[in-house]
Design a protein around this ligand. Structure first.
Ligand code: LLP
Length: 402
């Protein structure tokens, strides 16, 4: 990065989300080139990071958009994405949301038979269907989105019901979709689910695309191996090539990465506001709590999924490594970013960097404890741009009617 964290904080304040667009572009390019099968349309799962500057950079790399809400569709449309390149993966959408999406011309990816029926009844001409291949994956049970215990998708064994519905209506099922979970580092489980979804696709005669969803993980921990992207891409390409030969005509292959594209581009910078050393007691040895000016309101992944984020102390280069608990400023005991983490002994005013926070960081931030949202900055080569100003307490309060 061309500018130091201290300068960024001096200019934009603390805490601060920073995204490096060079990393976003590099990941977008790497994923696209891992797939040799053509035609291929990668979609960006905008939920991971809807910051317009980030989404624009990915769209400029040739990506379409996977949206899961009317708001996400609106972001894509406002950025000028062609509706034909937007997939609205619905999940318990309302009829009103469905009608709006039809008017917008985006493809609705139906997650239940009753939604598909209502789309047909409303005069829908085309739809995609999300299937549950009954194989789930993911870094935590809360982000496993297939298998017997999830609310998502039409169970793959019900494909004949989808085919019958299609025969009896003017609606064509043009897409066959799955998304089995998030944070997958094992290409093998992904490939097994792909095979199930292709066996489903075989039963649907009017397809234009098959979408294997997102879920590619990143190595959050020091020394953790990255996913073998080349192997994953080769598997997807080979399976799809063999399938379309059987199917009798080429179909578009789609993937929907979110985290893989943006996680590593993002850092949450925070400032140390307190260093507290608790004494040893009869029950336990004392801990050192390093408090900072952000909390799970701004990065909930650790509290919610027991996720691990690398932390660097950017201010102390030579201080001795010390085991500390890095905690936030929210009034809950679960507001912990790391336990017994070895850091160069933090001092008041130090800047800490919570790494790999570009995916599901700001996207999941809240104003809990009536704390405003942080600012967002993008670094693009030697340029630094404010992407979202820090929310003020006045703005937060003015959102309600007094
Ligand atoms: N497609 C669909 C339909 C999805 O539901 C998701 C994520 C994706 C694609 C992108 O998945 P990714 O490539 O980012 O793994 N908040 C959690 C992750 C939840 C993911 C939900 N769906 C976290 O912080 O780990």
């Amino acid at each position: 990065m061309p500018i130091s964290a201290a300068k960024l904080i001096a200019r934009f304040g603390s805490p601060l989300y920073v995204y490096d667009l060079a990393v976003v572009r590099a990941r977008a390019g790497a994923l696209a080139t891992s797939i040799s099968y053509r035609p291929f349309l990668p979609l960006y799962a905008i939920k991971a990071n809807p910051c317009p500057a980030v989404v624009r950079a990915i769209v400029e790399e040739g990506y379409g958009i996977d949206a899961v809400s009317p708001g996400e569709v609106a972001i894509a449309l406002r950025l000028g994405v062609d509706p034909g390149r937007i997939l609205f993966t619905e999940n318990n959408m309302t009829d009103a949301e469905m009608v709006t999406a039809m008017q917008q011309g985006v493809t609705i990816n139906c997650g239940s038979l009753d939604r598909l029926e209502r789309l047909a009844a409303a005069g829908g001409r085309e739809a995609s269907v999300r299937f549950n291949p009954d194989i789930g994956a993911g870094a935590h049970e809360k982000i496993c989105t297939a298998g017997p215990l999830t609310k998502f998708g039409v169970h793959f064994s019900q494909v004949e019901k989808v085919a019958r519905l299609e025969q009896g209506s003017g609606l064509r099922v043009v897409g066959c979709h799955m998304h089995i979970g998030s944070g997958i580092l094992d290409a093998e489980v992904y490939a097994r689910a792909m095979a199930v979804i292709l066996s489903v696709a075989e039963r649907l005669p009017n397809l234009r695309f098959v979408d294997f969803g997102g879920g590619i993980g990143i190595p959050y921990r020091e020394g953790q191996p990255a996913v073998d992207l080349a192997a994953l891409g080769a598997q997807a390409s080979t399976l799809m090539g063999a399938f379309t030969a059987r199917y009798g005509r080429p179909l578009e292959l789609r993937l929907e990465p979110g985290r893989y594209l943006v996680a590593e581009s993002g850092t949450l910078l925070t400032t140390v506001t307190s260093v507290k050393r608790n004494p040893d007691t009869a029950q336990a040895s004392g801990r050192t709590y390093v408090g900072c000016d952000t909390g799970f309101n701004h990065l909930v992944r650790v509290a919610m999924y027991d996720a691990y984020h690398r932390i660097d102390n950017l201010s102390e280069r030579d201080a001795p490594l010390t085991a500390v608990d890095v905690v936030g400023n929210i009034c809950e005991s679960g507001d912990v970013f790391a336990r017994a983490r070895l850091l160069p002994a933090p001092q008041l005013g130090d800047i800490l960097a919570l790494r790999d926070a570009g995916a599901y960081g700001m996207a999941m931030a809240s104003t809990y404890n009536t704390r405003p949202l942080p600012a967002e900055v993008v670094v693009d080569g030697d340029q630094v741009r404010l992407a979202r100003p820090r929310q003020t307490i006045e703005q937060l309060l003015d959102a309600s009617i007094w």
